[in-house]
Design a protein around this ligand. Structure first.
Ligand code: FES
Length: 158
C-alpha cells in the first residue's frame, strides 16, 4: 500500500505529538486503512519521537490492531467450548471453504478476513459467527453459504 504521509501527519497533528496520543493515532490509522502499514508506524514513531519497537509493541498488544491488511468485512467464528460442542468446527470448515482462506487470512478481493475467537460471551447463541459487529447465532455449516451470500450481495450493491 502506498503510504499517504500527509494523512498520517494530519492524524498526528490532530492529537498532538505526545506519547499519550499513540493509541488514538493508531486507532485512527487502523480505522482509515483497516490495518497499520509498516511505513506509517515508522512515521508515527518519528513524529512522536518514540522508538519504533515501542510503537510496534502497542500495535501488536491490542487485538484490534492488525499489521496485515484486513478485508472490508471481519468474519469471526467462535470456537469456544459452548460453540465447539454445538458444531463450530464444521461451521469453520465451511467458512474456510466458502471464503477459500485460513483463519487469520484475507480473501484475495479484500472483502473478508476470517478469524477464530474463543468466546464472545453469547454462548447460548452458539455456534456463533460474527460478521463485522452483527451476531449470527445458531449457525450451521448449511447456513454459512447463505449467510455469506448476503454480505457478498451487500458489498457489490454499494
Ligand atoms: S463459546 Fe462461543 S460465545 Fe461463548
Amino acid at each position: 500500500m502506498k503510504v499517504d504521509s500527509k494523512k498520517v501527519d494530519a492524524i498526528v497533528d490532530e492529537y498532538g505529538c505526545h506519547r499519550d496520543s499513540l493509541i488514538s493515532i493508531l486507532q485512527d490509522i487502523q480505522s482509515e486503512y483497516r490495518y497499520l502499514p509498516e511505513d506509517m508506524l515508522r512515521q508515527v514513531a518519528k513524529r512522536l519521537d518514540l522508538p519504533l519497537i515501542q510503537v510496534y509493541g502497542v500495535a501488536t498488544f491490542f487485538k484490534a490492531f492488525s499489521l496485515k491488511p484486513r478485508g472490508e468485512h471481519m468474519v469471526k467464528v467462535c470456537l469456544g467450548t459452548a460453540c465447539h460442542v454445538r458444531g463450530a468446527p464444521a461451521v469453520l470448515d465451511e467458512m474456510k471453504r466458502q471464503l477459500d482462506v485460513e483463519p487469520g487470512d484475507t480473501t484475495q478481493d479484500m472483502q473478508f478476513t476470517l478469524e477464530t475467537v474463543n468466546c464472545l460471551g453469547a454462548c447460548a447463541l452458539g455456534p456463533l459467527v460474527v460478521v463485522d459487529d452483527k451476531y449470527h447465532g445458531q449457525t450451521s455449516a448449511g447456513r454459512v453459504k447463505r449467510l455469506m451470500r448476503e454480505y457478498v450481495k451487500d458489498s457489490r450493491g454499494k
